[in-house]
Design a protein around this ligand. Structure first.
Ligand code: 523
Length: 135
């Protein structure tokens, strides 16, 4: 594998709100992040739009079909010039199952604050809370 810098590569994460709750997923890897909770998602492939990547990642990870909506929260810089961005994801069909995470949890505003979120995703807490309190 080359060590070419992945400049401007995006990682997408989906905020799925349903019934007044937000879906969180517990990571299994890498060891430093295992056990911590995130908005599910993953890397945008070359020649793929962030929206298509989100739809693909949530299909692979949760076995659901979603429609990608608007951005939510700030851009979070990652290592090697990568950037993490959250999008709203609207459930179109299916019930989420943890195919690549150790478990899933639907949280309300209070529970969101008590979860051990990965550091990067903590940047979105204000907008996520705002949405949960408006639901
Ligand atoms: N994050 C992150 N929060 C978050 C996601 C979806 C990803 O901080 N909600 C970080 C974790 C990794 C990087 O973004 O440092 C890539 O996410 P990952 O590992 O979920 O993406 P994959 O599964 O596409 O990556 P591969 O391991 O290459 O398959």
């Amino acid at each position: 594998m080359s060590d070419a810098p992945a400049r401007d590569r995006e990682v997408v994460a989906g905020a799925i709100f349903h019934g007044g709750r937000l879906l969180l997923a517990q990571r299994t890897r890498p060891p430093a992040l295992a056990g911590r909770w995130e908005l599910p998602g993953g890397k945008v492939e070359e020649f793929e739009s962030p929206q298509s990547a989100l739809v693909r990642e949530l299909r692979e990870e949760l076995a659901v079909e979603v429609r990608c909506g608007a951005r939510i929260g700030v851009d979070v810089p990652l290592s090697r010039g990568m950037v993490l961005r959250a999008y709203r994801a609207e459930l179109v069909s299916g019930e989420p199952v943890a195919l690549e995470h150790s478990q899933l949890r639907w949280v309300d505003a209070e529970e969101l604050l008590s979860m051990d979120l990965v550091d990067n995703d903590r940047a979105w807490i204000p907008e996520l809370l705002e949405e949960l309190s408006a639901l």
